[in-house]
Every structure is written in structure tokens, then in C-alpha cells.
Design a protein around this ligand. Structure first.
Ligand code: IMP
Ligand code: MG
Length: 339
């Protein structure tokens, strides 16, 4: 059984949380690892509840999945404990001993920075400041906090041993390809690489262990904060099209633009993506709402998805048609791509 990485194809907020929750419920992976940091909020709608997760993997919705936080990730202890209680996952939740811990002073440092708050439009969650301390080898890690005893472990070892036993494991990437510190629209980027290779590295698995890279796109593009957004439309027009969204961590309005084939192709290249997920198809094609079978999608919606496939050169295996974790058209069996 393989290892899959879920990665964002645009500027974050593509709906990775929703796709991860679907994969959890459908594939029932043995383990899932959250990467990134608390600046990234993943939204899961399941069983009549909405979760906005910044530490706990969105895969928590499957009760048999062991949940882990990568050594390359950064957490805040208050957010971690709150989410562990809200999701009720204590007992199957593991933080790597080397996971970084953000302190209040990191948040304060970012709030004082006109560069980050003004020009870059940072979420000001202290992530960049903590990353800087980590590079300078001053950051405290999870192993330095007695209150985390009992939750600590060796995530790289756990994941590699699970794969050796033939178990299915997913890595949950954060943000999006074009917010990558290396491959994004620098300086309007986040403080880490956000491509699939980086997430494998954050966990501690080598490239030869990765079987599937699922790049998640939304049916239109959004971004929060500064930086280029090709084809950007005014907020009034975004509202008319149903594209106006609020950021889940900061509450800021997201900027919006139509689906961008050039960016999507480049994201496929940068991530070596083997399949794509497209979320919010129901926003472009209202009759697609809640549909869970390919044949039941409106003809124009299917034609649009096929156009995406032909332009990207990889199959679109998962299609989001609503907020709920099960509002997905799953084409993997039809395409012969089941695990
Ligand atoms: P920072 O990483 O919080 O400093 O923010 C840097 C840039 O990345 C800003 O434009 C943020 O809006 C953006 N950003 C960071 N995390 C996310 C995310 O999870 N989703 C969307 N944008 C993000
Ligand atoms: Mg988000």
C-alpha cells in the first residue's frame, strides 16, 4: 500500500481539508501527517459540524487513522491542545519530538514588522519569525515542553515502518504551490517550501517512497495578502460569481481570479503531480451541487473537467461538489487508479 501527498496547486485555500477528509473516510488510511504551520487553516465539514484545523490533520474524521504532526511543522501549544480536545483524538495523536513551537514573542515580532503586515500581508501567526529562529537554531522544539509528554514520538520512523508493513499513509500539505518560498511569487510567499517534495522532507520520507501526489485546485483561484494574481477580478464581480471568500485564520477577504491553466500546469510540474482534485465545481456549475456520480454532472461541467485534464496531462480523480466531506465525485475506480 502506498504513500500519497495532498498538496495545494494555487495560493492555498483550494479545499485541501475537504479532500483530505474525503480520502480519510473513503480510503481509511492507517496514518496521516499534518505539515506546515498554524498560519494554514484547513476546513472540514462532516456530521453537521465545521472544523477549522491548524494543527490536527483533516484526516481525523476516520476514527482508525493515527494522526501525526511532522518534525518540519510548527505548532502553537494553545492551538494544539484546543484542537486535540475539540476533535477528541487524544490517544491516536502524535507530535514529533522535533516539531517546532511558536511562542508569543514570535507573533509580537511579526506584528511589529511593517514589511510583513503591510507589504507581504502575512497572517501574523508568528510562523516566519519562528522559522527564522529555527534556522538560527534558537527555536524550542516539542521535546522541550513537559506538557507534551505522552504525545511525543518519532514520526519519520512511524511513517516509514507503516509503509514497510504495507499500510496506506497520507501526508497533508498546506498552503499552495505559489506561496512556496522557493517556487512561488517571492517575496509574496510564506516562510517554507510548499511543494510535495518539501512535505515529504518535513515528514522524513525520501522521494522514492512517494506513490501518488494529489494536487488540489479550486475551480477558480483565490489569494489573501499581497502579490500578483493574474486575471484578478474586482470584489464586486467576485461576489456576483459567488467567489468571494473569507480567510479561515485571519477572516480577511480573499482576492479572486478565474481558474488559471498556466499556473495549474506549472503546479503539476513542480509537484510531479500524478492526479488532480478540483473543488467547488458547484460554484462554476450550480447544477453540479451535491452530485456524487460523474454521469450525473451537467454536461458542461464534465466538458470543463475534461478540458482541465487535457491541458494538465493528468487525470482529475476527485471533484468537489459541496462543502460536506462526502460531496465528491470520485473517479478513481473508473480510471483504474484505485489503491
Ligand atoms: P505568512 O506565511 O503568514 O507570513 O503569510 C505570507 C503570505 O502567505 C501572505 O500572503 C498570507 O496570506 C499567505 N498565506 C500563509 N498561509 C496561508 C494559508 O494557509 N492560506 C492562504 N494564504 C496563506
Ligand atoms: Mg486555508
Amino acid at each position: 500500500m502506498p504513500l500519497g501527498i495532498v498538496v495545494g496547486g494555487f495560493f492555498g485555500d483550494e479545499g485541501k481539508g475537504k479532500i483530505a477528509a474525503y480520502l480519510a473516510l473513503k480510503d481509511k488510511p492507517a496514518a496521516a501527517v499534518r505539515c506546515g504551520a498554524v498560519n494554514a487553516g484547513h476546513t472540514v465539514v462532516y456530521n453537521g459540524r465545521v472544523w477549522k484545523l491548524r494543527v490536527v490533520p483533516s484526516f481525523f474524521v476516520n476514527p482508525s487513522t493515527r494522526l501525526m504532526v511532522a518534525p518540519g511543522a510548527l505548532v502553537r501549544l494553545d492551538v494544539l491542545f484546543r484542537e486535540v480536545e475539540e476533535t477528541g483524538v487524544r490517544g491516536r495523536f502524535l507530535v514529533d519530538a522535533n516539531t517546532g513551537v511558536i511562542e508569543d514573542r514570535h507573533v509580537e515580532e511579526e506584528r511589529r514588522s511593517a514589511h510583513l503586515s503591510g507589504r507581504i500581508g502575512s497572517t501574523l501567526q508568528g510562523v516566519g519569525a519562528a522559522m527564522a529562529d529555527r534556522v538560527l537554531r534558537k527555536l524550542k522544539l516539542a521535546r522541550d515542553y513537559p506538557e507534551l509528554r505522552g504525545m511525543l514520538g518519532d514520526v519519520a520512523l512511524e511513517v516509514n515502518e507503516a509503509l514497510d508493513r504495507g499500510e496506506l499513509v497520507y501526508i497533508e500539505g498546506t498552503q499552495g504551490t505559489f506561496l512556496s518560498l522557493y517556487h512561488g511569487t517571492y517575496p509574496y510567499v510564506t516562510s517554507r517550501d510548499t511543494t510535495a517534495s518539501a512535505f515529504a522532507s518535513e515528514v522524513g520520507v525520501g522521494p522514492r517512497r512517494v506513490d501518488e501526489v494529489i494536487v488540489v485546485f479550486k475551480s477558480y483561484v483565490t489569494r489573501v495578502g499581497g502579490g500578483p494574481l493574474p486575471g484578478e477580478i474586482p470584489p464586486k464581480e467576485a461576489e456576483r460569481r459567488g467567489w468571494l471568500e473569507r480567510a479561515s485564520v485571519t477572516g480577511r477577504l480573499r482576492r479572486a481570479a478565474p481558474f488559471n491553466f498556466d499556473l495549474a500546469r506549472r503546479a503539476v510540474m513542480l509537484n510531479s503531480a500524478s492526479q488532480a482534485a478540483v473543488t467547488k465545481l458547484d460554484i462554476l456549475f450550480p447544477e453540479a451541487r451535491g452530485v456524487r456520480e460523474w454521469e450525473r454532472l451537467p454536461r458542461e461541467a464534465r466538458a470543463w473537467v475534461e478540458e482541465v485534464e487535457s491541458q494538465l496531462g493528468i487525470p482529475v480523480t476527485l471533484i468537489g461538489t459541496g462543502e460536506g466531506a462526502f460531496d465528491v465525485v470520485d473517479r478513481r475506480r473508473d480510471l483504474g487508479l484505485e489503491w
